[in-house]
Ligand binder design. Structure first.
Ligand code: ATP
Ligand code: MG
Length: 353
């Protein structure tokens, strides 16, 4: 049945990262999802720092240019946040219905949030009913600082679109996985999204995110270490890292990459050990990598060695219908790591208001 009043509007998804803004638009078809638009625009290093917008004007202009360059016609936009302005915690509440929790969430959540409760927007997901008969239930609590949300909604408004949702990176990745790598019930998979400045780690159990953590480390650390060891500019170091510029005979490049890869692999292992320590009898079956930082040579192997968990780089386009005339297959493969969050965001649909 196709009821007109239930028609869902298409959205444009923008993953506003610290190194670039990614745009994805998708169309829901009878078979699944079709890729409609894909774009990326670089941001200067100081525009967004640690997940906060510092130079709103530059971000707005970059966003506006991206919208124009790709002829985005839809008006509704979704975006997401990550980093220290987002608090995600699994907590235990007295068993109650979703409506009851919605009523009392401000009150219940207060003790778990390190910011004044009036400064955050709170959301939650009930993870499951009480299994131990203690009259308690597990809830995923999500709190995001209002001022940071406002900064993101403002740049979207200034760029001419209507921000309908500001999500969290980890949840967007959960949606991306749902359409591309459906998880078997009872299977834990970990997502490691390595951005330029932030790496977010999450564990998805049977399709639901049950653990998240973000660490202030990413591709920038590789560039900074190369810069330091080779005594060159950030720009040159960045070009060498991504293979745009030859490093010459100097062995510092692989050494710098190995140092940071080892640190990052260790941090990922530490987070997963922490998760496993807190949930008895569970284990992580597989790690999926995303983010531009996952393209660092040798990182995947090193992380697999350190964590002893099989690792694969997630392809967010895997199950999408892609018109070969519009999108070049090789380019898509090359760009896949950048678009995990944006593809996940682009699956969100909202009824006409
Ligand atoms: N070929 C490559 N090899 C290694 N690193 C790469 C390559 N291409 C891009 N990167 C790195 O990927 C990072 C950008 O990734 P991504 O776009 O996922 O980050 P972001 O979303 O902008 O940042 P954040 O999420 O941290 O705010 C940069 O540090 C960039 O240097
Ligand atoms: Mg990112």
């Amino acid at each position: 049945m196709n009821l007109p009043f239930l028609k869902k509007k298409d959205v444009a998804a923008f993953d506003i990262g610290s190194s670039s803004i990614k745009l994805v638009q998708m169309n829901q078809t009878k078979k699944g999802w079709e890729l409609v638009k894909l774009g990326m625009a670089e941001l200067p290093p100081e525009a967004i720092v640690d997940g906060s917008i510092i130079d709103a004007m530059t971000v707005t202009n970059t966003l506006r240019d991206l919208i124009k360059a790709h002829g985005v016609k839809v008006k509704d936009a979704v975006s997401s946040l990550t980093g220290h302005s987002v608090i995600i915690k699994k907590v235990s509440f007295p068993a109650m219905t979703e409506d009851e929790l919605a009523e009392s969430i401000q009150w219940e959540a207060e003790q778990y949030i390190p910011f004044p409760i009036t400064d955050v927007n709170i959301d939650f997901q009930i993870l499951g009913a009480d299994t131990e008969g203690r009259g308690q239930m597990d809830v995923m609590l999500v709190a995001v600082k209002k001022d940071v949300i406002n900064d993101y909604t403002n740049v979207i408004k200034e760029a001419g679109l209507n921000p309908v949702v500001i999500d969290v990176d980890s949840f967007a990745l959960e949606n991306m996985m749902e359409i591309n790598y459906p998880v078997a019930p009872g299977e834990n998979i970990a997502m490691v999204n390595i951005g330029a400045s932030i790496t977010s780690i999450s564990v998805i159990l049977g399709g639901l995110t049950i653990f998240t953590r973000s660490i202030p480390m990413g591709g920038n650390q590789f560039t900074e270490e190369i810069q330091r060891q080779m005594n060159i500019s950030f720009k040159d170091a960045e070009e060498m890292k991504v293979g745009k510029k030859a490093p010459g005979a100097d062995a510092s490049l692989p050494a710098a990459i190995e140092t940071i890869s080892t640190n990052l692999a260790f941090e990922v292992k530490r987070s997963l050990d922490f998760f496993l320590g807190g949930s008895q009898g569970s284990y992580v079956n597989k790690i999926y990598l995303s983010g531009g930082g996952s393209k660092v040579t040798g990182l995947q192997n090193l992380m697999q060695e350190k964590t002893t968990i099989p690792i694969e780089i997630a392809n967010p386009f895997k199950n999408l219908e892609v018109n070969a005339k519009t999108f070049d297959k090789e380019t898509l493969k090359e760009q896949a790591p950048f678009f995990g969050v944006a593809v996940g965001l682009a699956t969100r649909r909202f009824a006409d208001r």
